[in-house]
Design a protein around this ligand. Sequence first.
Ligand SMILES: NC(=O)c1ccc[n+]([C@@H]2O[C@H](COP(=O)([O-])OP(=O)(O)OC[C@H]3O[C@@H](n4cnc5c(N)ncnc54)[C@H](OP(=O)(O)O)[C@@H]3O)[C@@H](O)[C@H]2O)c1
Length: 362
Amino acid sequence: MAKINFGGVEEEVVTREEFPLERAREVLKNEVVAVLGYGVQGPAQAMNMRDNGINVIVGQRPGTKNWDKAVADGWVPGETLFPLEEAAERGTIVQYLLSDAGQRSQWSKIVECLNEGDMLYFSHGFSVTYKDDTGVVPPPNVDVALVAPKGSGMSVRRNFLAGSGINASFAVHQDYTGRAWERTVALGIAIGAGYLFPTTFKNEVYSDLTGERGVLMGALAGVMEAQYNELRKHGHSPSEAFNETVEELTQSLIRLVGENGMDWMYANCSTTAQRGALDWKNRFRDAVAPLFEQLYESVANGTEARITLEANSRPDYREQLEKELAEMRNSEMWQAGAAVRALRPENWGREVDKYTGTQVHR
Ligand SMILES: NC(=O)c1ccc[n+]([C@@H]2O[C@H](COP(=O)([O-])OP(=O)(O)OC[C@H]3O[C@@H](n4cnc5c(N)ncnc54)[C@H](OP(=O)(O)O)[C@@H]3O)[C@@H](O)[C@H]2O)c1
């Protein structure tokens, strides 16, 4: 592990320098890695490992769209693609990458397929941490670990193909074989992680649920809507309100933050922007701090997990989700967004917006 100073706090992390791909291949050379689930994370991790020379098979419900997607991605039924339980039986490392609600519903079958010394791998601490709600309690004679990429499965694959990686956390929850640590880190390297930082199952799920409900998704969309609505209320056009709320952020400012940090982005804005942003930053921080406190509490006491499991287990979950997403998509703000995206030079002249299907030019 390499010791790295993160803002004054020393942490140990694993990079490809201390743990190169050749070592990961060596550690995994006698393993069959069964990736169960071919949704978002499944394909990315399975294909990255396959490209890295790891022995991978996929488990997915036959007759589904995701089964067809797996076939289209080159997995061969009966050779490298199997129904869930058959893949789990064949694997010595079982990567449980069903949706978190799916993990709960399939658990009683999958647990029967685990053999002594196998590794049960997750990409989220959810099922194990909230075991009272999920019933996922691994048997004592297997290794249990997680590698959780800090990005969408789509970026896990895209960044891999582009030669970069997505950072991931890792944790060993149970070490039966004495090899759990090296198996886990090898898997993290094999799926193409940037660097790997240690966590626990509980910390992974608490931080993840807080992050996605907060800044990464929930707060982001909420704050954007609030600002857009305020600008519209005062008569600003949709185009102006959208550009000042979303487009300038995604096309310019947040990229600068990603490259060199917030202060660097501030340093490269006008003095007017700097002064105002520095003054208002603390007001926003203080205004939302109580909400973050409530959010963390709701995660820690299991409320968020229960809401998620209940909602995702409803038979009409996908329909309801599509309704809510359509409402967002069809709102004035995001319709304005579709029009703004269509006017980007690289999209100019395209028939339809590729994300919304909106006709943009003829
Ligand atoms: N999405 C991400 O980018 C991301 C990022 C980091 C970590 N993770 C974690 O990675 C894991 C997988 O997440 P994901 O987003 O890839 O999940 P997802 O896209 O929702 O995965 C769905 C997969 O689960 C299967 N599934 C769902 N319910 C099922 C059920 N009742 N029975 C059998 N199969 C079922 C689906 O099969 P069908 O096609 O048959 O429905 C599909 O293969 C989760 O633990 C998640 O928290 C995800």
